[in-house]
Structure formats: structure tokens, C-alpha cells
Design a protein around this ligand. Sequence first.
Ligand SMILES: NC(=O)C1=CN([C@@H]2O[C@H](COP(=O)(O)OP(=O)(O)OC[C@H]3O[C@@H](n4cnc5c(N)ncnc54)[C@H](OP(=O)(O)O)[C@@H]3O)[C@@H](O)[C@H]2O)C=CC1
Ligand SMILES: Nc1nc(=O)c2c([nH]1)NC[C@@H]1CN(c3ccc(C(=O)N[C@@H](CCC(=O)O)C(=O)O)cc3)C=[N+]21
Length: 294
Amino acid sequence: MAASIIDGKVIAADLRAQVAGEVTRMKRDHGLTPGLAVVLVGNDPASEVYVRSKHKQTQAAGMASFEHMLPADVVQADVLALIAELNADAAVHGILVQLPLPKGLDTEAIIAAIDPAKDVDGLHPYNAGRLAGGLSALSPCTPLGCIILTKSVHSSLEGLDAIVIGRSNLVGRPLVQLLLNENATVTIAHSRSRNLPELCRRADLVYAAVGKAEMVRGDWLKPGATVIDVGITRVPTTDGKTRLIGDVAFDEAMQVAGAVTPVPGGVGQMTVACLLVNTLRAACAISGLPAPTV
Ligand SMILES: NC(=O)C1=CN([C@@H]2O[C@H](COP(=O)(O)OP(=O)(O)OC[C@H]3O[C@@H](n4cnc5c(N)ncnc54)[C@H](OP(=O)(O)O)[C@@H]3O)[C@@H](O)[C@H]2O)C=CC1
Ligand SMILES: Nc1nc(=O)c2c([nH]1)NC[C@@H]1CN(c3ccc(C(=O)N[C@@H](CCC(=O)O)C(=O)O)cc3)C=[N+]21
């Protein structure tokens, strides 16, 4: 029997609607409009697409959206000055610096300059450390989205065997921490892992966050497994356009797995929706309001 497709579009739209409801209440009851500032350095076309989509969805949720486009040759001090300005701006509750930054900029220092209370990407060492310590924290959006998609299939992840392929600060590592918080048993795989197909076949939950198109094959999967495909590779098509391909061979996975996320229409949708959730949470925390229900 073919696997079911986990519809990230529908789940993300539902989440965005919940955020919009909370924003309406915050404006009405507290006169507070959550605000998100996105910083984009350089003109990478793919990044511009994401930033535009974040801007549209932020506004659709009733939040304020501030875009800061800096030239690729901007100097470190100017980026830090902008971060300082955003840290001090009471209308801004969330700050996201689009990655990767152009060579020549010190990414680590720029992320460390963000006020941890406004770090809606969950990348500041303060938030990453709290997450790793099992404490409440702003957590990275893509891993949060992965957990929500998994929970659309499994009400509890307790005791399930999970494998996370990839260990980046943006996706793999924080996803491992969130899975641990859900009491899953987690294997962390990366480019030096041996016997990856075998490790994968043990897993009830497979998270592929590598960036290698269709690396995970159908015969790597345990029958009935839940497969969450984070990878996005843009490939040219014969008609001169591009299309997106995940880290999982989708058609093969559909023959073996229990549930699979598509690319596009899976995790990517959740990343943006969770960014709105984090902005709402940050706005509440900064303003001394109780945490939102979403
Ligand atoms: N859907 C979404 O919202 C998002 C999608 N993405 C996509 O997810 C993918 C991963 O992103 P990101 O984590 O930032 O990428 P990185 O390049 O930072 O990390 C990739 C990870 O994959 C590991 N890896 C590389 N080759 C192999 C291999 N052959 N076998 C096993 N592991 C391997 C690397 O291992 P090592 O550490 O040893 O080098 C590394 O840990 C990309 O395609 C990206 O575009 C990213 C963010 C959001
Ligand atoms: N500081 C930082 N935080 C990030 O979270 C971050 C980043 N930098 N740099 C780049 C990656 C990538 N990323 C995506 C966001 C949305 C989609 C998304 O909306 N994807 C749609 C399709 C979009 C399309 O068609 O191009 C989908 O999968 O359905 C994908 C990928 C966030 N990232």
C-alpha cells in the first residue's frame, strides 16, 4: 500500500491562521503588533524568494514586517550597527539574518550580536545552549516544523527510533534536541557515518537534512516509517526553469514508508509558519504577556 503524503501546505496554513488569531487578540487587548525584521545581505535569488515569502506571510498574519537589504560588499561593522538598531527598536520582536552570509562577514559574531530575546531563528548560542540543556528557548523554525509534521502522524514520539541525517546548527543539531525532548531515541548521522542505509532501516522516524538530491532510497527505509524530507536542491529543467528536489527519492519512499513529506509542500512551508510562531512567542515574552497557545 502506498504511503500517505503529509501535507505541509495544509498544516502550515492552519498554524498561520492560529497565529493570525492570536495577533488579532494581542492588538485588541494590548495594543501590541508583533514585528519581524529580516536582514538579507547580497542578492542571492533563492534567498530573495524566501525573504519575499516571509514578508508576505508575516503581513498576512497581521504582523509588522521590516526588510533590510544590504549590498553583498557591506562591511561587518555596518551589519553589527543594523543589528544594534534592531535590538533597540521596540517595534521589532524578531530578528532573522538570512544565511549563508557572503564571504568576508563573520557569521558567528553577527548571530551573537542579536538580542537572544529577539532571536526567532534560535541560532544564538544562548538559545542553542538552553535548548541543548532541555530548557525553554526560542528554537530553530525548521526543526520545530519537523516535529509538528511528525506529530500529525504520531500523537506521541516517546520511545520511537529516530534518525537525523545532518548535524548543522540550523537544522540537524536542534532537531536532535527537540526529538530528545519528545523522548524519542535518536541516532545522529553525518558525512562520516558508516552504514547509513543500515542505520536508517532501524528508524521509525527518518529526518533527511543533507542537501543531496534523492540520497535516501526506498530500500533504506523500514516499512511503515515516517519520512520527513528537509532537503531542498534546486535543479534546472529542460524548459529552462528550475524545480526543487528533496533528499529522499520520493516515489521509492512512497512504496515503503507509512508517511512522507513532499518537496516542495512539506517542511519548507512549516519553516515560514514556525517563524511567525516564534515571532509571536518573542513578542509575548518581551512584552511580559503570557505565552501564546500556539
Ligand atoms: N525546508 C526548509 O525549510 C529548509 C531546508 N534546508 C535544506 O536542508 C538541507 C540541509 O541544510 P543545512 O543543514 O543547512 O546544510 P549543511 O550543509 O549545513 O549541513 C549538511 C549536513 O549533511 C551532512 N552530510 C553531507 N553529506 C552527507 C552524506 N553523504 N551522508 C550523510 N550526511 C551528509 C553534513 O555532514 P558533516 O557535518 O559531516 O559535514 C552536514 O552535517 C539543504 O538542502 C537545505 O537547502 C535548510 C534549511 C531549511
Ligand atoms: N537564518 C536562516 N534561517 C532559515 O530558516 C533559513 C536560512 N537562514 N537560509 C536558507 C534556509 C532555507 N529556508 C527555507 C525556507 C522556506 C522554504 C519554503 O518555503 N519552501 C517551499 C517552496 C519554496 C519555493 O518554491 O521555492 C516548500 O518547500 O514548499 C524553504 C527553505 C530557510 N532557511
